[in-house]
Design a protein around this ligand. Structure first.
Ligand SMILES: Cc1cc2nc3c(=O)[nH]c(=O)nc-3n(C[C@H](O)[C@H](O)[C@H](O)COP(=O)(O)OP(=O)(O)OC[C@H]3O[C@@H](n4cnc5c(N)ncnc54)[C@H](O)[C@@H]3O)c2cc1C
Length: 336
């Protein structure tokens, strides 16, 4: 028998790292009001393609679901996700697990009352590993196939970190999105700019990345918002064809280079928060872009790590996030 004093000491949790000025107090959220054990039924009220004709493979739909009468109604916040439990069984005879989808609607929902939420779904289309036959992702294709009036089993809301601050006017925002990563930013932009109490005066910059210009999601809606609100800057980054304004291909972080005069003062301000949502791996490119633009003190507002590592971005790998490359609390990441 070993006494407590003889046992190996438990590894201590690292003390919380000192954070820069300007860390936000995030808004209060509720979570898991609907669980997989006790989900609810929503009903599709809208389903439309939210790309123009696409050169790249991939179909993305804006799907709105009436959740009135459920515990989710009026109780989600901009930036949160909800769960979808697809019907049917897996090939092992078990119920399908839930998949998360970002809410693309502001807190007041699509209907102004939080009773209709929308999301932005990309059909997952792939090949099976073993026999190379066509694989259609279960939940995304289920959602995209739904017709108006069809039922969806839902859970949520989920997420407490990828949300806006309690007092949004205390901060300015830089949003980096790729693909369906635009969903929570549509939600936040409508919350910040089109709320019932009038537009929030904060500066908001969105960089939306897509392979081809025809793949840009909600492009007309976002363009209209930027024309209406001078405090909202909407930039696109097209990675597989030349962008007219710069005559080259761009990933989202490329906009930090082409618009240095815009980003440098914004990133140097203590008010600024950086949000990144979309394809897993994009955060590394964004961090490298920040490192190229900012001096060590400026970078430390967003990213911490050993000085030698921070100074040599060529050594950076995605697996270094979040231990060796540690985003500060002024950075919100949601990549999948
Ligand atoms: C916080 C969060 C928010 C999200 N928000 C959104 C959103 O707003 N919009 C959105 O479209 N997605 C979103 N997602 C992703 C979403 O949850 C699903 O992961 C996505 O839709 C794919 O689910 P699926 O059921 O269609 O695919 P699945 O059936 O789960 O397949 C997933 C992947 O596994 C691979 N796979 C599975 N089985 C095999 C096999 N036998 N052989 C080869 N490959 C296989 C497939 O290629 C596929 O890429 C989010 C994820 C998270 C974590």
């Amino acid at each position: 028998m070993t006494t407590q004093s003889e046992q190996a000491p438990r590894p201590r949790r690292a003390p919380p790292e000192p954070q820069p000025e300007g860390v936000p107090e995030l808004c209060d959220v509720e979570q898991h009001l609907l669980t997989p054990a006790a989900p609810a039924i929503g009903r599709v009220v809208e389903s439309r393609v939210c790309t123009k004709s696409s050169k790249a493979a991939g179909f993305v739909r804006h799907i709105a679901i009436d959740i009135s009468g459920t515990d989710l109604a009026g109780r989600f916040r901009a930036g949160q996700s909800f769960g979808v439990i697809p019907p049917g069984l897996t090939d092992k005879g078990k119920s399908h697990k839930l998949r998360l989808y970002s809410i693309a609607s502001p807190t007041r929902g699509e209907d102004g009352q939080g009773h209709v939420l929308a999301t932005t779904v990309k059909r997952t289309i792939d090949e099976h590993w073993d026999d190379h036959t066509l694989l259609l992702g279960v939940a995304s294709n289920f959602l995209c196939d739904l017709q108006i009036g069809d039922e969806v089993t839902i859970t949520g809301p989920a997420g407490k970190r990828f949300v806006l601050p309690k007092d949004p006017a205390l901060h300015d925002y830089i949003f980096f999105a790729t693909g369906t990563g635009i969903a929570p930013f549509r939600s936040m932009l409508l919350e910040l700019l089109e709320g019932p109490d009038g537009p929030c005066p904060s500066g908001v910059t969105l960089v939306m990345g897509a392979p081809y210009a025809t793949d840009l999601l909600y492009h007309d809606e976002l363009t209209a918002l930027s024309e209406k609100h001078p405090n909202f800057t909407y930039l696109t980054a097209i990675s597989r064809e030349r962008q007219d304004d710069v005559d080259r291909r761009l990933y989202v972080q490329g906009r930090l280079e082409t618009h240095t005069e815009h980003f440098q003062p914004v990133l140097s301000s203590e008010r600024t928060l950086v949000y990144v949502c979309g394809i897993a791996g994009m955060e590394l490119g964004v961090f490298k872009g920040l490192a190229a633009l900012l001096d060590p003190e400026g970078l430390a507002q967003y990213l911490r790590g050993e000085p030698e590592l921070l100074a040599d971005t060529s050594a950076w790998e995605r697996k270094m996030i979040p231990r060796a490359l540690r985003p500060t609390k002024r950075v919100m990441l949601e990549v999948y």
